[in-house]
Design a protein around this ligand. Sequence first.
Ligand code: ARG
Length: 466
Amino acid sequence: MATVNTEKLSSARFAQATDVFVEEFTASVGFDRRMAQQDIRGSLAHAAMLNKIGILTDQELTDIQRGLAQISAEISRGEFVWSVKQEDVHMNIEARLTDLIGIAGKKLHTGRSRNDQVATDIRLYLRDEIHSILAQLHRLQLALLDKAEQEAETIMPGFTHLQVAQPVTFGHHLMAWFEMLARDKERFQDCLKRIDVMPLGSAALAGTSYPIDRFMTAELLGFTRPSNNSLDSVSDRDFAIEFAAAASLLMMHLSRCSEELVLWASAQFDFIDIPDAFCTGSSIMPQKKNPDVPELVRGKSGRVVGHLVALLMLMKSQPLAYNKDNQEDKEPLFDTADTVIHCLRAFADMVPHIEAKRDIMYLAAKRGFATATDLADYLVRKGMAFRDAHEVVGQAVRLGLTTNRDLAELSLDELRAFSDSISADVFDSLTLEGSVALRNHIGGTAPEQVKSAIAAARSVLTTPSL
Ligand code: ARG
């Protein structure tokens, strides 16, 4: 037998009080209170508009403003008493307002529904979170630029299939990460465009019979325009899914950077040192220093992608207009925003302290026949067809492997045995420095190009569109 809450009926419509468990089950205040400040901003704009069209007197508006200011302060100080009986953030604030100012508090909801209210709150909330994300992304990009500048001439092996492929500069590798993040930033900025639509006035689903001024409310809340269709705007959550998709792509990128950091910090690669502040030890193995920050970021990427899928499934097949299902959008969104901001922050804090072990990186590039393509390109420059050159170099690599030497360590005579097109100038191409310096075109790994890529990126970053 269900337990019934006898203290309070939900409204005059109900003959029976809500079951106590159902009350808790359907309440969202436990999590949507997170949007309290956005809810208050929305109410202030709505109240100002109601005053302008003559529904609230100047005195009522002043009372509402005073009451909401007090509520905002109570919430900020952690003194506000949240109640499950009031179901959600919207009803909690409205009930407290009525406690504080009386009848004017009861007038605030004129021409409004929680459906357009919550749709507005989420937009305001995501807009705020995206600005925080963009600020952290900016910090991380700056940190990468600084690090790339320090390492513009540092030679390391570049990999394909995780096998040594060709030498690259570490600065170039870091600038690849920078480019990934630049696209992520664009995606979040683009997402702001779809968020920039104001739902208030859509009321429950059909609009309202009051002579509301939706342009005024939009302007007060910093939105470019009111939404075009009331049914759509109380039910639309695409903008939230887009946010989760942008977040998922960003986290996918961070997981790739993390994976590389974890590999590079291992004793087997030993390319970098991650400072102690970003690592922890093992409770059993005293020698361990684990790269916890990148590992955790890699792990958290899965949970953000999970939220994207949860939101897509939440919206799939929902009929118009608002459905209670939508209450389930909050927790994935909040967790997505928190996770992304924390991961970006940890990365932005860590990157400046990553130490490149330049000698070890250099040796690793040397050991892996990383300049084999350069030898082939050299032969092409001497007139050989690329496929034939590929074959000749294969023979040279085999000799290097069997005699445990790098290509640059073979003698001129040994090399000439494979092709008499080879002369002493071949060694300019076989050194790692020569190899990277030759890739001197836009997007190439030559230190000169890396430095100009950094300079170009820096000038874009310092004129931010934040
Ligand atoms: N707590 C609800 C949500 O998060 C607010 C809107 C409720 N509207 C309704 N008609 N039950 O979606």
